[in-house]
Design a protein around this ligand. Structure first.
Ligand code: SF4
Length: 465
């Protein structure tokens, strides 16, 4: 708590610094956060945004802001290059605006080589910090703004979770909640365990306290976040399973929906399936990354399950939760993938009837074991396989969506439809979207909607309550 109070103190001091700067320039101090990557990063950006807003900065859409932060991703090599592309542009902004402060944080800053590159070749970057000390942002920003010197502060590992800083949510009625950090799985293509560190879980009481406060603040739906949520709790002094955490969270009054992202097929227990079944608040949607349907490739990926065990898991889920919407991730062209391996992937995709799938072309990531695998699949073979996979996913997806056409289901209204005047867009429990005529005042409410027409990946509907 002492550390939190210290950061609060920096926030108070920063308020004064920002106020003085605004008075000097005759307009509010502006800020912008460019977020790359996954939902964990999106949540981290909400925390950064909360702090910036608390100290009096005004968030703007453009990167030409007084305080500019890049919250980076490093999952793919081209994600790193994306940052350098941005830096090439904003360097010119800074030439025009000497007081501009440019900061970089996120997973990429947990890589020593990248920090060295920034330190030596991008001298106009003022602030660098990593994922383990994001909670120290007020202190680092204060040092940077008052001492006008570069601050580079990256920690390799931490046991500290500080999730009590101000947060500025993108939407008032939905929020992500980190339940754990890091990953122990070391899938052979993935850099995350090297940059986010070993798996660590937050204490359940801490998570429950955060969710209660969110609900009090108007949140109706939460997304529990972690790299591998269903191995939650294993590292706690008093271990708690993810299933039990979910049961406890569902008892919170006023909370209407709970989602989670991402479970690993190897750790998804029968108890978790039962916990979902017992609790109508848990949305009937599971994102279950497949990656490949070939046992041989799964072994090379170090995924720790087989084609058969994945299929049997899906069967158990569907038996106990017949209404579940399943989605997945698939990597095409992993080194050594033969046509026979790919046929296994198509076979699993056909049998699991996914509602949708994120399909990725394998991309070599320096620093992972798979980057050293030699038998890369030629690009023309990969693109042909990708096309066949997408066709298959789409045909199943539209068949799955057609089944619910004509039913009435609860929808959380999220926003105005971006393409049709007078329409709203909402989300079903199974994660599919519905567009229907309605009033802006309904945004943030749960309403019953008839799914009048299935459009494959979404529905057109009419409110029926
Ligand atoms: S489970 Fe595998 S893919 Fe997911 S973060 Fe961990 S190592 Fe990466």
């Amino acid at each position: 708590m002492a550390e939190e109070q210290k950061q609060r103190l920096f926030i108070e001091q920063l308020k004064q610094v920002i106020e003085e700067r605004a008075a000097k320039k005759g307009s509010p101090v502006t800020c912008h956060i460019t977020t790359m990557g996954c939902q964990m990063n999106a949540r981290d950006s909400e925390k950064l945004s909360g702090i910036l807003s608390e100290i009096g900065c005004r968030e703007i859409e453009s990167e030409d802001a007084d305080i500019l932060l890049f919250n980076t991703c490093t999952v793919r090599e081209n994600a790193n290059e994306k940052l350098y592309g941005h830096l090439g542009i904003v360097k010119h902004f800074k030439k025009e605006k000497k007081d501009m402060l440019i900061g970089i944080c996120g997973c990429m800053m947990q890589e020593q080589d990248e920090v060295l590159r920034i330190r030596t070749k991008y001298r106009f970057v003022d602030l660098v910090f990593g994922t383990h000390n994001i909670w120290k942002f007020p202190e680092l920003l204060y040092a940077c703004t008052t001492e006008r010197q570069r601050v580079i502060d990256v920690e390799e590992e931490t046991d500290d979770f500080r999730d009590h800083m101000p947060v500025r949510r993108k939407t008032g009625f939905k929020s992500g909640v980190n339940i754990m950090y890091g990953c122990n799985n070391f899938c052979s293509y993935c850099i995350v365990p090297y940059v986010r560190g070993r798996e660590k879980s937050r204490e359940p009481e801490d998570i429950i306290r955060e969710i209660r406060a969110l609900v009090k603040d108007g949140v109706k739906e939460i997304m529990l976040l972690g790299q591998n949520v269903n191995s939650y709790g294993k590292t706690l002094d008093l271990p708690v399973s993810f299933a039990d955490l979910l049961r406890r969270i569902c008892r919170i009054d006023g909370l209407l929906r709970v989602r989670f992202m991402t479970p690993h097929p190897k750790d998804l227990s029968d108890d978790l399936i039962l916990a979902i079944r017992e609790n109508p608040k848990v949305c009937r949607h599971i994102h279950l990354p497949l990656q490949s349907g070939s046992t041989r490739i799964l072994k090379r990926m170090n995924r720790c399950y087989t084609k058969e065990s994945y299929l049997s898991l899906v069967k158990r889920i569907r038996t106990l939760l017949p209404e579940i919407g399943l989605t997945t991730d698939v990597i095409v062209g992993f080194p050594g993938e033969t046509e026979e391996d790919f046929q296994d992937t198509l076979d699993v995709v056909s049998r699991c009837e996914f509602q949708s799938a994120f399909t990725f072309v394998y991309s070599k990531r320096t620093g992972t074991p798979a980057a050293a695998f030699e038998d890369q699949v030629p690009p023309d073979v990969v693109s042909d396989r990708m096309k066949r996979l997408i066709d298959l996913v789409q045909s199943h997806a539209s068949r799955v969506a057609d089944r619910d056409q004509g039913t009435i289901a609860p929808v959380l209204v999220e926003e105005k439809d971006r393409h049709r005047d007078g329409y709203l867009t909402g989300r079903l429990g199974n994660n599919l979207m519905v567009h229907f005529p309605g009033e802006e005042a309904w945004i943030g409410q749960m309403v019953d909607v008839e799914l009048v027409e299935s459009k494959g990946f979404y529905y057109m509907g009419i409110r029926r309550d």
